[in-house]
Design a protein around this ligand. Structure first.
Ligand code: ARG
Length: 466
């Protein structure tokens, strides 16, 4: 049975919400994790209220002490969260009011709408910094692997067909580029989060003489020169969920990268490739087949990417078509964000662990890259260097490849006379093209997989990841 409401908004209500409605609408079961940010926001808000004379210094101090106590209780796991009080904001405010009479003034010139927007912006700044740190660890693990396997060559693949030889480090550095972009995307999200919404109120600010810049400064919403940054439109400040989407998008793109790295590793660790042995600590066996060693960490990294994409999709759909400004639908914005953060953080750690323990099989890699057909393009370039137009050269080399296949002879073992019959541009030195070391050395332009270039990239990454 519904009773008279004691909720903070209970004044205009004759009856409280149904028990079912309470269960349906509570969010404290997941938003309790915003407590540190909520408390920081309330402390800054109280400090501002005292600064402008809306509360006394004594009241501010009492509120600060009360909030510090509550924070300590939450950290110690002694705080009782009450779902009847809906959310993290009301739980903390009511607990504070029970201890500190002045707490009844804390919500002056504030709404839960600008409060949750502030909590989440603080959360995003924290989450981005945390994820960036974990990504950095994974990137460092990757650099270490590249360093330990510096000399190894492998075939690079397009269409999952052997294409051209590359240094393994070049392939690993491609992963590094992806992860480093993910890291910078998260830095951008943190920049976008760096605007303080407090003062927007429920939708239209307040008639009271608050100092928004003071609060922003107290919470670290400042630019590089320490100047406070406050949101510029009170309606947008409480309605906007772009940040949630941007954060989830950064995590989802990271997830796509993870899944592609994982897929490379799954292929490379199969018996068909056997380029790499994955660490036992990140694999599992089969309950039935004793010989099996399954690349589970990689498969789960690939699988989690679906979840990260789903969270982004949830957020896009949630906000689509909502009228301005705040609507209760928006309470559903937090579970997908928290899940993306938790899973992305876990994934970054698992990636670092998996990379850190892998062992490359230099012999298997060498055997795979030995195929002279991988240098067919170099043979075309050879003709080009003799003045043959590339299209004609490509055609001629195609015929050479066909001849090798038909006669069952390796490409580099064909008779020079037979090759010259296909195109007069082939000189006596035509087979010198098939020297792998030479082939790699010639790829010396920026971003190419030759030893000199890759050496430069080693230097660059050591600096970037230091
Ligand atoms: N728990 C709410 C949410 O996350 C806080 C904002 C509530 N605002 C309101 N007007 N009911 O969306």
């Amino acid at each position: 049975m519904a009773k008279v409401s004691h909720a903070t908004w209970g004044g205009r209500f004759a009856a409280g919400p149904a028990e079912l409605m309470l269960r349906f609408s509570e969010s404290v079961s997941f938003d309790h994790r915003l407590a540190p940010f909520d408390i920081a926001g309330s402390k800054a808000h109280a400090a501002m209220l005292a600064q402008v004379g809306l509360i006394t210094a004594g009241e501010r101090n009492a509120i600060h002490r009360g909030l510090d106590d509550i924070r300590a209780e939450i950290e110690a796991g002694r705080f009782r969260w009450d779902p009847k009080l809906e959310d993290v904001h009301m739980n903390i405010e009511q607990a504070l009011t029970r201890r500190v009479p002045a707490a009844a003034k804390l919500h002056t010139a504030r709404s839960r709408n600008d409060q949750i927007a502030t909590d989440m912006r603080l959360f995003f700044k924290h989450a981005c910094a945390e994820l960036r740190e974990k990504l950095l660890e994974a990137e460092r693990a990757l650099l270490t692997v590249a360093e330990a396997n510096r000399g190894i060559l492998i075939p690079g693949y397009t269409h999952l067909q052997r294409a051209q030889p590359v240094l393994l480090a070049h392939h690993l550095f491609a992963w590094l580029e992806m992860l480093e972009r993910d890291r910078s995307r998260l830095a951008e999200v943190a920049q976008h989060a760096n605007w303080c919404p407090l003062g927007a109120g429920a939708i239209a600010g307040t008639t009271l003489p608050i100092d928004r810049e003071f609060t922003a400064r107290a919470l670290g919403f400042v630019d590089a020169r320490g100047r406070p940054q406050v949101t510029q439109n009170s309606m947008d400040a409480v309605a906007d969920r772009d940040l949630f989407m941007e954060f989830a998008a950064a995590c989802a793109i990271f997830g796509v990268h993870l899944s592609r790295i994982a897929e490379d590793l799954i292929l490379w660790s199969s018996a068909e490739f056997r380029f790499v042995e994955l660490p036992d600590a990140f694999c599992t066996g089969s309950s039935l087949m004793p010989q099996k060693k399954n690349p589970d960490s990689c498969e789960l990294l690939r699988g989690k990417s679906a979840r990260l994409q789903g969270n982004l999709h949830t957020l896009l759909t949630l906000a689509k078509g909502l009228p301005l400004t705040y609507n209760r639908d928006l309470q559903e914005d937090k579970p997908p964000v928290f899940d993306s953060f938790d899973q992305a953080a876990l994934c970054a750690e698992v990636l670092a662990g998996t990379l850190g323990g892998m062992r490359f099989d230099a012999d298997r890699c060498a055997a795979a890259v030995r195929d002279p057909a991988l240098l067919a393009t170099d043979l075309a370039d050879y003709l080009v260097s003799k003045g043959v137009p590339f299209r004609e050269a490509h055609h001629a080399v195609g015929a050479v490849v066909r001849l090798a296949e038909q006669s069952g002879v390796a490409l580099n073992r064909l008779e020079t006379a037979a090759v010259r019959e296909i195109h007069p541009g082939f000189g006596d030195d035509w087979a010198s093209v098939f020297d792998l070391e030479r082939a790699l050395a010639l790829r010396r332009g920026t971003g190419m997989p030759g030893g000199k270039q890759v050496g430069r990239q080693f230097t660059r990454w050591r600096k970037v990841l230091a």
